[in-house]
Design a protein around this ligand. Structure first.
Ligand code: AP5
Length: 218
């Protein structure tokens, strides 16, 4: 299956894409993770992305699209993949459609995880990441065993640089303006699956699997 996970920042796209990917044996492709890694490595891609990511803006379509195009051509994506946080603009959605058409396939389902802004702000301000292994924690729902330290590396956990309150606000505005229109775009194609993302992680996961099994049998 070729899946897209769509939703506001903090809706749980990454958490759920990882779990669904493991369950279905599909690679999770997170453009956010790819870009953060490029920034950490100080590559050309990282230099192009950093000024936008620092302020919660979207990295340019012409920068992101070729990255995704190259990634989905890799061998592990032959039988399918989960795109987490891509597409995020109409331009990216059209670009993806063109790339997949050339490969003789299409997106099978779009999982739209919907949550309220208050939930987003709470979740993101409570998220902590390990700067060494990138493990993710949440002080409310998934805290580390020892306060402030990664369970695996014992390194001090950090707030993601774009999880500061003012940047969360900017990301929500950008989401509403650029990404929310994709809900209608995919709805009109009959492949959008709406998921209420405010519940517990396990319940959201079960809803997604339910929608996907329906999509597979139809
Ligand atoms: P990206 O990394 O994709 O960030 P985002 O979309 O803002 O999403 P987040 O990673 O913040 O949240 P999420 O929905 O994955 O939730 P998560 O599972 O982590 O992008 C970052 C930046 O990169 C963008 O702002 C942009 O600049 C750039 N970028 C990326 N892709 C781009 C593109 N295609 N085009 C242009 N620019 C691009 O969960 C969040 C927290 O909540 C965690 O702590 C988690 O444990 C917790 N949680 C999750 N689910 C639940 C639940 N059900 N209940 C309680 N807690 C939960």
């Amino acid at each position: 299956m070729r899946l897209v996970f769509l939703g506001p920042p903090g809706s749980g796209k990454g958490t759920q894409a990882r779990m669904v990917g493991e369950k279905l044996g599909l690679p999770q492709i997170s453009t956010g993770d790819i870009l953060r890694e490029a920034i950490a490595r100080k590559t050309d891609l990282g230099e192009k992305a950093k000024p936008y990511m620092d302020v919660g803006e979207l990295v340019l379509d012409e920068v992101v699209l070729p990255v995704v195009e190259k990634r989905i051509m890799e061998k592990d994506c032959m039988k399918g993949f989960i795109l987490d946080g891509f597409p995020r603009t109409l331009g990216q959605a059209i670009g993806l459609e063109e790339v997949l058409q050339r490969l003789g396939c299409a997106v099978d389902a779009v999982i739209f995880i919907d949550v309220d802004d208050t939930v987003v702000v709470r979740r993101l301000s409570r998220r902590r990441v390990c700067p060494k292994c990138n493990a993710m924690y949440n002080l409310d729902t998934d805290p580390p065993k020892q306060e402030g330290l990664c369970d695996r590396c014992q390194v001090g956990l950090q707030l993601r640089s774009d999880d500061k309150p003012e940047t969360i606000e900017a990301r929500l505005l950008v989401y509403r303006k650029n990404t929310l229109p994709l809900v209608e775009y995919y709805e009109s194609r009959g492949i959008l699956k709406r998921i209420a993302g405010g519940g517990e992680i396990g319940k959201v996961f079960d809803s997604i699997l339910g929608e996907l099994s329906e999509a597979r049998s139809s």
